[in-house]
Design a binder for this molecule. Structure first.
Ligand SMILES: C[S@@+](CC[C@H](N)C(=O)[O-])C[C@H]1O[C@@H](n2cnc3c(N)ncnc32)[C@H](O)[C@@H]1O
Length: 347
């Protein structure tokens, strides 16, 4: 049976995989956490929305919660945000003593974050409900998420990517060649996206939006979902098919990416309050192992143009010198571009 789009976004054996993901990414995303922390300190938002929050490896959760801002966390992978929050609450000091972020005296209303909060009788750094779960990081077995932060398992392209993901299986019914599969996908890309399926965040309600490394992801999904389902039905393309279809593949990927960027921009503009900012980052340059030459990541020049139509760029809020940072995964490094965006008066 084919994996539906909804199944695809529900990860099985989730907690272990989310923990691995967090462990792998935490160090390489450190500079996004520093940049966003700085953006929070400078712009002093009352409401923050983190789009593509995932397991919060790149979100300075502690700093945002302590700032007193109301927080929305959005990601389409179900369970990812809850796992990320779970891993962001307890910190152990050098002596191994656990400290709970929500039980800290600086938090005004701990029960709005954890329904199980019971004030400690002594000056302990955790409340009376605390149940330690050993691990890296330590977690609290009693934790039950309250009404803060607001968690949304939704699409940050106002439904565009999900619509493609949901519809493509039907389009692939009866196809007998990769050429036909690409033609159906290209047709679908043109037809969808008429109606926006926005996130549950109110219009003009957010002072600081973050979109950290999300645009880089648009190059992979939902294209990979389409390619994997097609391979399941037809087997991998032959070398000849692969060569013939290379331009078609590149064009489909580029169109999917460009349409998602446009819809993402519109969603950010919709939720931003007057005077609000968006922190954005994505991989701009890349280098393959054992190749000394860097290249501009496909689609990123167009993405910058699209951003420029919707927003003014600001390189002064986050620390100078942090706008271009090296990002290492394995032996193929990237240069990640980070900046702040302020909406233009009109598109
Ligand atoms: C490279 S990760 C960024 C790191 C992430 N904040 C974390 O710590 O796991 C990009 C995140 O964006 C999410 N994402 C990508 N496209 C999305 C979409 N259209 N709607 C919602 N989330 C999306 C992915 O699920 C992933 O969690």
């Amino acid at each position: 049976m084919q994996v539906t789009w909804d199944d695809y976004l529900s990860i099985s054996n989730a907690h272990g995989r989310f923990q691995d993901c967090r462990r792998r990414c935490e160090r390489s995303f450190e500079h996004h956490r520093a940049n966003i922390k700085c953006a929070v300190e400078v712009t002093k938002p009352k409401t923050v929305a983190c789009l593509g929050a995932g397991v919060l490896s790149d979100i300075p959760y502690d700093a945002i919660v302590r700032s007193g801002a109301s927080l929305h966390l959005v990601d389409w992978v179900r369970g990812s945000i809850d796992a990320g929050v779970d891993m962001s609450i307890i910190h152990t000091d050098e002596g191994g003593t656990p400290h709970c972020l929500y039980c800290s005296p600086t938090i005004e209303c701990p029960r709005s974050f954890c329904r199980r909060f019971e004030p400690a009788t002594s000056d302990a750094a955790v409340c009376r409900s605390f149940v330690p779960i050993q691990g890296q990081p330590m977690r609290c077995g009693a934790f039950e998420r309250g009404e803060q932060p607001k968690v949304h398992y939704q699409d940050v392209t106002a439904g565009y990517a999900s619509e493609f993901g949901r519809e493509i299986l039907g389009e692939l019914r009866g196809v007998s060649s990769w050429k036909q599969a690409f033609a159906r996908a290209a047709g679908l890309v043109e037809r969808i996206g008429r109606a926006a399926e926005c996130t549950a965040i109110a219009d003009s309600s957010v002072d600081l939006v973050t979109s950290s490394m999300v645009v880089s992801q648009f190059d992979h999904e939902p294209y990979d979902y389409f390619a994997n389902r097609t391979a399941e039905m037809l087997g991998p393309p032959t070398a000849k098919e692969e060569k013939q279809l290379r331009p078609t593949l590149a064009s489909l990927r580029r169109t999917l990416l460009a349409n998602q960027v446009t819809r993402h921009c519109r969603e950010i503009r919709r939720i931003l309050a007057p005077g609000g900012y968006c922190y954005m980052s994505f991989e701009m340059y890349h280098r393959l192992p054992e190749d000394p030459h860097w290249f501009l990541v496909d689609g990123m020049a167009d993405a910058l143009e699209t951003l420029g139509r919707h927003f003014h760029f600001n390189f002064d809020i986050i620390p100078r010198g942090d706008s271009l940072a090296r990002f290492e995964t394995g032996d193929s490094p990237s240069l990640v571009c980070s900046f702040m965006l302020a909406p233009k008066a009109s598109e």
